[in-house]
Design a protein around this ligand. Sequence first.
Ligand code: 13P
Length: 330
Amino acid sequence: MSTGALERIAPLAYAQVDEEREVSLKQEIRRLASARKALILAHNYQLPEVQDVADFVGDSLGLALEAQKDPRETIVFCGVHFMAESAKILNPGKKVLLPSLAAGCSLSDSITADSLEDWKQRYPGRAVVTYVNSSAEVKAQSDICCTSANAVSVIRSLSQQKILFTPDRNLGRWVARQVPEKDIVIYDGCCPTHDVLRGTQVGAGKRQRPDAVVIAHPECREDVLALADEVCSTTGMLAAVARHPEAKTFLIATEWGLVHQLKKRFPDKTFIVADGCIGCRLHCPYMKMNDLESVLRCIREDRFEIRVHPEVASRARIALERMMAVPRDR
Ligand code: 13P
């Protein structure tokens, strides 16, 4: 028995699955997906084995574009709820399925239609730019959406000078520094997965590996971004690694799921995921709610289907479609 000291159970690979079972689940998922003509989309933070069964793996913007481009009528969205909801809003005639309804997003939950209304009343007359990590109701009350891949271009595309940016304060501050000519008021939400990381931890990592290139997601705090050589969306990080062909080691300040794509594209490089807490890589529990079992059940049983109230959807679609017309930041 422990005498009071904090003990840790022996570390296991995350969601370790029996290898044979994994192979047969993957085969069955692919077989059913082609029989039912279903498109499987996976975000870069999904479990590696879930990324492996997807037709397309990408960042929020890439997934939204793919959902529109692909002719298949059924989309199995391996991501979190707001992403599947955006796919449904942009493709009202398609069936959009989310493998686990527990795959939420606490950043998205940090803003409601009422709290946005409150901020709009406090700061009247501002163009409302809302990060896609938000509900359909919040998007419906916004002028335009953005992702981490196009936030700067979205703000620059607006004729208005005064902006209300919601809900991520870290992304908002970073964008405000890129576009100093705009007057931007920023809502007070954050992504806890990224917000736990501090500049002191990244600084310590840099001291251990001075040769490492630091790549950070703009949902990280200002003190982390100040130490980054590159700040970009998850898919943008793949292009960022390619911009440093001489570098061997990269310190990655985002959720560990991305490393699967990085290792596939750049097998000779070393990727170190920043620690948010002692010995704990940045980890989003919501993104890990979809596993192979739930993906299979999702295709087999046609659940969980995402539905959005048509009146809310038609207003949210305007904000999303305005965003889709703006190119990626780079
Ligand atoms: P990306 O759009 O960069 O993939 O990021 C999505 C997200 O939710 C980050 O926490």
